[in-house]
Design a binder for this molecule. Sequence first.
Ligand SMILES: NC(=O)C1=CN([C@@H]2O[C@H](COP(=O)(O)OP(=O)(O)OC[C@H]3O[C@@H](n4cnc5c(N)ncnc54)[C@H](OP(=O)(O)O)[C@@H]3O)[C@@H](O)[C@H]2O)C=CC1
Ligand SMILES: CC1=C(/C=C/C(C)=C/C=C/C(C)=C/C=O)C(C)(C)CCC1
Length: 316
Amino acid sequence: MATLVPRTVLITGCSSGIGLAVAVRLAQDPQQRFQVIATMRDLRKKEKLEEAAGPALGKTLSIQRLDVCSDSSVAECMESIPGGRVDVLVNNAGVGHVGPVESISVEEMKRIFETNFFGAVRMIKAVLPDMKRRQSGHIVVISSVMGLQGIVFNDVYAASKFAVEGFCESLAVQLLQFNVFVSMVEPGPVNTDFELKLMEEVSRSEFPGTDPATVRYFKDVYLPASHEIFATLGQSPAAVAEAIVNVIRARRPAFRTQTNSLYTPLVALKYADPSGDLSVRTYYRLLFNYGTLFHLSMAALRCLTCGCFRRRVTPL
Ligand SMILES: NC(=O)C1=CN([C@@H]2O[C@H](COP(=O)(O)OP(=O)(O)OC[C@H]3O[C@@H](n4cnc5c(N)ncnc54)[C@H](OP(=O)(O)O)[C@@H]3O)[C@@H](O)[C@H]2O)C=CC1
Ligand SMILES: CC1=C(/C=C/C(C)=C/C=C/C(C)=C/C=O)C(C)(C)CCC1
């Protein structure tokens, strides 16, 4: 019987959250179908991954330094890979950002794009020529529901994910010719360090240049509602990792995968009304009628997606 050659999977941003969960899940595959290169920009943070990897460490999982914002760091990592061969690239490294746009400098906005957009592009450019030459490969990008539908006060983050979506949508067509697949995974809120980091940044900001009413909407209306969304709809990194692994394992991987069926109806509003009014107004109402309506809406969303409304009603 022919032995299966494991696929080399390079993952960015494995110091925590989704990246760490995917790396461990693939490295612990019982059939050892994957050789994982788990990368992070700061190797001082590798302990959590080492612990989670357990016996897979040094066997099916190795850890490398890689900062997606640095050409030299990417080149150095690629040079360390035998033959420079990457079968699957998982572009996971990313940073969140919230706040009123008036208080965010253009420099700060560029920093978000540097990681979320140019970081992903830099990685894709690093693996693409070899994948094309070999006529095989898979590029997986962790986008977001915010790559499909903007959320108030997430203007810059959503824009960076929209940029990723536009880039991949264009590239995917060209690459099919070379038998190289592109897949985007679009999680809703996930309970990782992501929200904590956002809150830390928010607590440090004094929102310069922003009028008091906007600061009040942000702090007193948006932030509690957002926290509630994470608490009620948030997925575990393990659940998102599972969805990503399924995309990687698929023979014909889907181009788009939303991981959170509870969140899907919120994105679908956009497609239900091409004028865009339905989504803008619904989000407005959901946010500013925060309170009873918001809680009811979240409960209704659960029911719409859990299937209880779809159950057949049989006459008595
Ligand atoms: N959590 C959520 O609600 C959602 C997250 N996502 C996306 O999922 C991805 C992972 O986020 P998540 O696991 O939740 O968050 P985490 O904050 O837990 O993980 C983000 C990872 O990205 C790394 N990173 C940031 N900048 C760079 C860089 N320049 N080079 C290399 N690595 C970097 C971080 O490293 P370090 O520790 O050094 O900062 C960390 O390992 C992101 O792309 C995010 O946008 C999408 C939808 C929802
Ligand atoms: C749905 C919804 C809200 C918030 C959604 C949030 C907070 C989504 C977060 C998604 C993340 C974190 C994606 C990461 O890439 C509001 C505006 C509170 C009220 C209106 C309905």
